[in-house]
Design a protein around this ligand. Structure first.
Ligand SMILES: O=C(COP(=O)(O)O)[C@@H](O)[C@H](O)[C@H](O)COP(=O)(O)O
Ligand SMILES: [Mg+2]
Ligand SMILES: [Mg+2]
Ligand SMILES: [Mg+2]
Length: 374
């Protein structure tokens, strides 16, 4: 491994049991993940790793040379989730094995329940990246912040000032209901991008790419978001995914501060209690990534890394530990109070079409025969 060579960064996560309820990952599960990742590193399967949590989701961060969708890496992650599930069962954790939706591994973890964000890139001389980890929300929660990082000059000064990024970026947007994708150019097609991604339960940003003329290869993503579960599990829409993302920063890309700036505004996302409520996403350090009030409000953690020439993950820096995000947290709490006072009423509760995949329809079914024509 060296500068200028290809390296893959994989973030693979799953909820395999909460402690208590859907609140947090038990440290024994993280310990197990670390033990097995250490073994994989010693065997030369991965270059480096870090295991952590966000809420009740166990997060595996890995660097390796196997490219995206590698059977070796996906089966390693699956094996870790399976082994840790045994500990979750032993401890009697809540919903042990919750996100492991299939029994047998068949080559690729996508479509089996866990969330995956991976990118294969040519390693720069200095490679700053941020991994984002969310709980109690869905992939569309990344639409607004990712758009602001790479498309909004009011967020990212570099889009105006830096000649290396003045040409803008390309957004790969997925229609997760029709299972289609489209690539749109920013800034030329800015309004089309927004027309789609404003509808965040249906259209989600999957990747962002540099444009032709950028100093980075145009086929290597600069941001990637996990969306696979929603898209891949055939015939079944699986509600809230607790997504993750990887974003590269600096030197012709948004600066670290431009990557984090969108989270100074705790925008509304779907999820929270029973995956059925709108609420503010609160940027938190790991120590606060324990959604407990009304199973929330939804959380986002940002971990900062430098990847060195050997593929080693130098970090993490717990980026939202900064006091500069205190105001966003307070605002989120204020918005949470305001929304909670609506109780079961929309728009705190999600609109009916988004409730289709929750437990509400079975409640409404009981009343069906009692309706009379008016
Ligand atoms: O959204 C939630 C859990 O999401 P998650 O596991 O993080 O994907 C929770 O609010 C649960 O829906 C809620 O606690 C009810 O859980 P059950 O009692 O139905 O398991
Ligand atoms: Mg859970
Ligand atoms: Mg979760
Ligand atoms: Mg989940």
């Amino acid at each position: 491994m060296a500068i200028g060579e290809k390296i893959t960064i994989s973030v693979i996560k799953a909820d395999i049991g909460g402690w208590p309820g859907h609140c947090k990952v038990h440290p024994d599960l993280i310990e197990k993940a670390n033990e097995l990742l250490k073994q994989a590193k010693e065997e030369g399967i991965i270059l480096d790793f870090y295991a952590t949590y966000c809420g009740d989701d166990l997060q595996l961060i890995m660097t390796h040379n196997h490219g995206v969708d590698s059977e070796k890496i996906h089966s390693l992650a699956w094996h870790i989730f399976k082994e840790a599930t045994e500990i979750a069962k032993e401890l009697g954790l809540y919903g042990a094995g919750q996100d492991l939706l299939k029994d047998a591994f068949s080559g690729n973890i996508r479509g089996m329940g866990p969330g995956v964000a991976e990118m294969e890139i040519t390693l720069r001389k200095s490679e700053p990246i941020v991994t984002f980890h969310m709980d109690k929300t869905e992939p569309g929660a990344f639409n607004l912040p990712i758009f602001r990082m790479f498309g909004d000059p009011f967020n990212t000064a570099g889009l105006v000032i830096d000649p290396n990024m003045h040409m803008g970026f390309r957004f790969e947007v997925w229609d997760i209901k029709e299972h289609k994708k489209v690539i749109l150019n920013s800034p030329e097609e800015l309004y089309d991008i927004l027309a789609l991604i404003g509808a965040k339960s249906r259209y989600v940003i999957k990747r962002v790419y540099p444009k032709k003329g950028h100093k980075l290869p145009e086929d290597e993503p600069v941001a990637v978001i996990s969306t696979e579960k929603l898209y891949e599990i055939a015939g079944e829409y699986v509600g809230k995914d607790d997504p993750v993302a990887i974003v590269r920063a600096q030197s012709g890309l948004p600066a670290l501060g431009e990557v984090l700036e969108p989270f100074a505004f705790p925008h509304l996302v779907s999820g929270w209690m029973r995956g059925s409520h709108n609420g503010p996403i609160m940027p938190v350090p790991l120590k606060y990534a324990t959604p407990s009030r009304f199973d929330g409000p939804p959380r986002v953690v940002a971990l900062g890394w430098q990847i060195n020439k050997d593929g080693k993950l130098i970090g993490p820096v717990d980026l939202f530990e900064d006091v500069a995000f205190e105001h966003a947290r307070n605002k989120a709490l204020e918005v949470a109070d305001y929304l909670r006072r609506h109780g079961p009423f929309e728009p705190h509760r999600l609109p009916l079409e988004d409730m289709e995949y929750t437990t509400l329809p079975s409640v409404l079914e009981k009343l069906r025969d009692r309706f009379e024509p008016v």
